[in-house]
Design a binder for this molecule. Structure first.
Ligand code: NAG
Ligand code: NAG
Ligand code: NAG
Length: 324
C-alpha cells in the first residue's frame, strides 16, 4: 500500500481550502437585496408588502396595505409596493396596460376615475455610490396633456404609437433615528412631461447590513479546514509511525481505530505520537520535521509537558492491541 507523501497531503488541504474560498466569492443575490463589491449589503425585503396568505392572519404590527404617498401639489396621491406588485388590487385596468401585465403593476395613481400605472414590478436594486435605487418602468404611456380627453380603447390604440411610458425611481435612505418605527415613503416630484416620478423611502431597512452567513467563509468553514488538516496529519502521522516504528504492513498500518473513539484521546494521541514519540523513535527525521510543524500548532507545550512514561504507556497499549 502506497501513501502519498506529506507535501502532497498539504497541497490537497490547500486545494480544499481554496475550493471553499471560490465557492464563497460566488454571490447569489436574492431579489430585493444588493451586495456591493466593497462588501456592503442591503436587504429591502422587509419593505415589500406581501399578499395575505390564505387562512393566516397577519401579525399585529405587520403592514398589509400598500405604501401610500401624498401628492401635495401633484393632483393625485400614489400607491406603491417595494419590489412586489401592489397587493390592494386595481379597481380597473390601468390606462395602456395589457390585461396580463396589470397584475404586475408596482406603482400607480388615480385621477379622473382612471388608473395610471407608473411602473411594472422589479426587484433589481441598484447601488449608485452609497445611494440605493429601485426603478419601475413600462407604466402607462406618458402623453400627460391628452389623458383627460382619452377614454379606454382609444387610449390603447394611441399608446401603441407612443413608446414613451411612465416610470418610477425610488431612492432609499437609512433612518438612523433609534425612535423611528415605521418606514416612510414620500413623493419627491414628477418630470414636467409626467413621464418620470421620484420617491424617497426613509427606513431602518435601508441601512447597511451584513450579508447572511452562508456567503463568505464563516468561522465554521475555517474550523472545518483546520479539522481536515488535523485529520490528515493524524492519519499520515499514524501510518508513518506504524510502518517505521512498529513495522506494520497492510491494514495494520492504519492508525488504531479505537483512537477515534473519543475526541479527547484523539487530540492527545496526535500530540504524543506526532511530536515527542516520533522525535525519538523515528529512523528518518525528514517526514517528522514537516509533521511536527503542523501538529505543534497550538499544543506544543502540552505535548512537551508529558513525561516519557505517558508515551511509553501509550505505545505499550498500542502494541498490545496489534498483537491481538
Ligand atoms: C391625498 O391624501 C390626502 C390625505 O392623505 C387627502 O387629504 C387628499 O385629499 C388626497 N388627494 C387626492 C387627490 O386624493
Ligand atoms: C408577474 O410577476 C411574477 C413574479 O414577480 C412573474 O412570475 C410573472 O411572470 C409576471 N407576469 C408578467 C405578465 O410579467
Ligand atoms: C433584473 O436583472 C436581471 C438579471 O440581471 C435581468 O434579467 C432582468 O431583466 C432585470 N429586470 C428588470 C426589470 O430590469
Amino acid at each position: 500500500m502506497h501513501f502519498p507523501p506529506l507535501p502532497s497531503a498539504l497541497l490537497l488541504a490547500l486545494a480544499i481550502h481554496s475550493g471553499v474560498s471560490a465557492a464563497a466569492d460566488e454571490k447569489v443575490v436574492e431579489p430585493c437585496t444588493v451586495a456591493s463589491s466593497a462588501g456592503s449589503f442591503y436587504d429591502l425585503r422587509k419593505l415589500s408588502i406581501l399578499p395575505p396568505k390564505d387562512g393566516k392572519k397577519p401579525g399585529k404590527n405587520e403592514k398589509v396595505d400598500d405604501w401610500h404617498a401624498r401628492g401635495y401639489d401633484y393632483p393625485s396621491n400614489f400607491t406603491l409596493n417595494i419590489c412586489e406588485p401592489v397587493v390592494g388590487g386595481l379597481e380597473h385596468r390601468p390606462v395602456g396596460i395589457d390585461k396580463d401585465l396589470a397584475q404586475n403593476v408596482s406603482a400607480y395613481y388615480e385621477t379622473g376615475g382612471k388608473i395610471y400605472s407608473i411602473g411594472q414590478q422589479n426587484s433589481n436594486l441598484t447601488l449608485r455610490g452609497r445611494r440605493l435605487v429601485l426603478q419601475y418602468t413600462d407604466g402607462s404611456p406618458c402623453g400627460g396633456e391628452n389623458k383627460k380627453r382619452d377614454n379606454g380603447d382609444d387610449e390603447d390604440k394611441k399608446s401603441a404609437k407612443d413608446s414613451r411610458r411612465k416610470s418610477t425611481l425610488i431612492s432609499f435612505h437609512c433612518d438612523k433615528d433609534p425612535l423611528a418605527t415605521a418606514p416612510s415613503l414620500t413623493f419627491v416630484g414628477a418630470s414636467p412631461d409626467e413621464c418620470s416620478y421620484h420617491f424617497e423611502v426613509l427606513s431602518k431597512d435601508a441601512c447597511i447590513g451584513s450579508e447572511p452567513a452562508k456567503q463568505g467563509v464563516g468561522p465554521g468553514a475555517v474550523f472545518a479546514i483546520i479539522g481536515v488538516i488535523a485529520i490528515l496529519v493524524y492519519f499520515l502521522g499514524g501510518v508513518f509511525y506504524q510502518r517505521n516504528v512498529a513495522h506494520a504492513r497492510g491494514w495494520r498500518q492504519l492508525p488504531n481505530y479505537s483512537m477515534w473513539a473519543g475526541i479527547g484521546s484523539f487530540v492527545k494521541d496526535i500530540f504524543i505520537i506526532g511530536t515527542s514519540s516520533c522525535a525519538r523513535f523515528l529512523p528518518s527525521r525528514r517526514g517528522y520535521s514537516a509533521l511536527s510543524v503542523s501538529a505543534n500548532g497550538n499544543g506544543a507545550s502540552r505535548g512537551r509537558g508529558r513525561g516519557p512514561e505517558d508515551e511509553n504507556r501509550l505505545i505499550d497499549q498500542l502494541d498490545e492491541e496489534w498483537d491481538d
